[in-house]
Design a protein around this ligand. Structure first.
Ligand code: SAH
Length: 257
């Protein structure tokens, strides 16, 4: 990569971070869904160690923290998200047991069998579902839980337009039954799966973006990268409304054997 490209890339990251920083969530989800996924787990105590991987600014982590009593470490690649995460922790008065650190899901700073639960909402696609499930397995204690949400197909067939969009964006998108098999092959008992309700995409994700997009475009008027970023976000939202019966996010909860 040339220096020029790298600069453009870094600028992209900064813009993307700024765009998402003002939002409670950086992916589809809701407090109700986090609590529902948590309801399939058990045996967590005040001594439990939990990791929230790709935690973003921590919308779901604070919900998780209020409904568990263990220690939670949030990990995200982007320092500006972690700064906001730790501000959120303080505001929620959870600093005695929740902490955000900068790190990569490809190289996590945990010991083997250190964790009682791994949480990851709308983020495992960054490493890939199969690779993430396989590589993170060693950090969990036997009997520990993994709970991840992931883009999935609801049907075997779908219109070409949406099929092509996802194959370009995330070729590992697959049907729910194939993902469950992948979870089992990675050494977990599949405990539960459920489809995230539509309000996780609308009310909690795309709707708050509408006004954010307007002010972002105003601030970066004439900036091509910013305009492209918003055009992409709008296109993605339009596709969701058009094709939501064919795909969505699914929570997969597994237990390490
Ligand atoms: N869990 C949050 C954020 C989801 S968006 C929510 O549901 O709102 C995906 C997150 O993954 C972003 O915060 C992004 O910064 C983070 N991410 C991307 N690549 C990563 C990596 N290699 N390691 C850790 N985090 C990563």
């Amino acid at each position: 990569m040339s220096d020029e490209n790298r600069t453009i890339h870094e600028f992209d990251f900064e813009l993307i971070c700024e765009y998402y920083s003002g939002m409670e969530r950086q992916g589809p989800g809701s407090p109700e869904v986090t609590i529902k996924a948590l309801s399939f787990t058990d045996n967590l105590t005040a001594d439990s160690r939990i990791a929230d991987i790709g935690c973003g600014t921590g919308g779901q982590t604070m919900v998780l923290a209020r409904h568990t009593s263990g220690r939670i470490t949030g990990v995200d690649l982007f320092p500006s998200f972690i700064d906001l995460f730790n501000l959120n922790v303080k505001k929620s008065e959870l600093q005695d047991r929740v902490n955000g650190i900068v790190g990569s899901m490809e190289n996590l700073p945990f010991q083997n069998e250190e964790l009682d639960m791994i949480w990851s909402e709308g983020a495992i696609y960054n490493i890939g579902f199969r690779r993430g499930l396989n590589e993170w397995h060693k950090f969990l204690k036997t009997g520990g839980y993994i709970a991840v949400s992931e883009a999935s197909w609801f049907t075997d067939e779908r219109p070409v337009e949406i099929d092509k969009f996802w194959r370009d964006a995330y070729p590992e998108i697959d049907t729910v039954s194939n993902k469950v098999a992948q979870m089992q092959n990675a050494g977990y008992i599949p405990i539960a799966t459920f489809i995230l309700p539509e309000n996780c995409w609308t009310e909690h994700f795309y709707t708050p973006q509408v006004s954010a997009q307007k002010s972002f475009l105003k601030k970066y008027k004439g900036n091509k990268t910013a305009e492209e970023l918003i055009a992409n976000q709008r296109h993605e939202a339009e596709l969701y409304y058009k094709y939501k019966e064919y795909y969505g996010y699914v929570f997969y909860i597994g237990k390490k054997i």
